[in-house]
Write a protein that binds this ligand. Structure first.
Ligand code: PLP
Length: 386
């Protein structure tokens, strides 16, 4: 089976992890801050907080922004469930803004309509989590302008997007948002096995997230309610978690960072090859907006079902039967049974549902060969043959 995504691990990556295993610190050692600095410097952000997953990063990002009971958070329906769950962890409510039919990111037009309605009923959101689907950035300038106008915070769920740029600046720079979050799951752009990171330019948010990832504990005397009892002393001043990244993970991440540009360049070569091979087939290939450079985490095609005799499901099954590990990113979040139990119903976001009825993620990762891409497209041709 050719998977839809997979990690690229070098001998240098392995050596980096082995070195940590032979060192004094497996966790809370020097590799974590070194990895944080490398990512922050690459992105042009001031502060970085490494954690054990992007899910954890989204959770502490929401908490740091003060998201809690009675607050509303909005996100895109076409995302991994974690982008929405983080709001619920905080006791807030979640709602969804339908997607743009070309980029599949949340639609700025739909967002604006929803904000106008929400203002009229005094139900404006506290925060918006915008997801850079497949690595393609959202329309951040427009979203940022709406955030200023309507007074909400912005978290970029950039789980797909490290290594990309928007308006000539790296994703994660924080120019148009409060906090950006990366995932280092093995299918993502760079990996730490499991892991994530939250970036910000706000020192208060950075300090708060740093505390929350480690039980809400501080060793900074300025944050304590009184002078330390002694050298052993620390204070718990928030209710935090153990969301820490280990040094083995950070060493792997730091080593992977050195090949980030190479990985994204390779993903672009894979996408260009698909664009050529798929020309003339009854599928819509990914649109790339001219304001940005995508990290190309995913290569999603949409089937032109009116030009194909098979159903979406049949095409998908046929590809899997040919050993092509296609996938579908994503099921609209609000169609999950848990979300339906909260009252969400089919039909809420028609563009998202249309997308779900047509989308297929083809294999996309730096190690994918041209031969494998030819196999993928041959299987697709067979699957859509009239
Ligand atoms: C992968 C992913 C996450 C969760 O990342 P983890 O590191 O696995 O917690 C969140 N949001 C999006 C959009 C993702 O793709």
């Amino acid at each position: 089976m050719i998977p839809y995504g997979r990690q690229t691990i070098s001998e240098a990556d392995i050596q980096a992890v082995v070195e940590v295993l032979r060192s004094d610190f497996l966790t809370q050692g020097p590799a974590v801050p070194a990895f944080e600095s490398a990512v922050a410097n690459y992105c042009g952000a001031q502060y970085a907080c490494a954690v054990n997953s992007a899910t954890s990063a989204l959770h502490i990002a929401c908490l740091a922004l003060g998201v809690g009971k009675g607050d509303r958070v909005w996100t895109s329906p076409i995302t991994f469930v974690a982008s929405a769950n983080c709001a619920l962890y905080c006791g807030a409510t979640i709602d969804f803004v339908d997607i743009d039919p070309v980029t599949y990111n949340l639609s700025v037009e739909r967002l604006e309509e929803k904000l106008v309605q929400a203002e009229a009923t005094t139900k404006l959101p506290k925060a918006l989590i915008c997801v850079h689907l497949c690595g393609q950035p959202c329309d951040m300038k427009a979203i940022h302008a709406l955030a200023k106008q309507y007074g909400f915070k912005i978290i970029e769920d950039a789980s797909h997007a490290i290594g990309g740029t928007y308006g000539g600046e790296p994703i994660g720079s924080g120019r148009y948002s409060d906090i950006s979050v990366f995932s280092f799951h093995p299918v993502k752009i760079i990996t730490t096995g499991e892991g994530g990171m939250a970036l910000t330019n706000n020192p208060e948010l950075a300090k708060c997230m740093e505390r929350l990832r480690s039980h809400g504990i501080t060793r900074d005397t300025d944050e304590m309610t009184h002078a330390p009892d002694g050298p052993w002393y620390y204070q718990q001043i928030d209710l935090g978690f153990n969301y820490r990244m280990t040094d083995m993970q950070a060493a792997l991440g730091l080593s992977q960072m050195q090949r980030l540009t190479e990985f994204v360049t390779k993903r672009h070569a894979v996408a260009e090859c698909y664009d050529k091979l798929l020309a003339g087939l009854p599928v819509i290939t990914p649109a790339q907006h001219s304001d940005s450079y995508s990290a190309l985490h995913l290569y999603v095609i949409r089937l032109q079902l009116n030009a194909i005799n098979s159903t979406h499901r049949e095409v998908f099954d046929s590809l899997r039967a040919e050993g092509i590990g296609v996938n579908l990113h994503y099921i609209p979040v609000y169609r999950q049974p848990y979300y339906e139990s909260l009252g969400f119903k089919a039909g809420q976001c028609p563009e998202a549902e249309q997308y779900y009825a047509e989308a297929i993620s083809l294999p996309m990762y730096p190690g994918l060969t041209e031969l494998q891409q030819n196999q993928v497209v041959a299987a697709l041709k067979k699957a859509v043959a009239v």
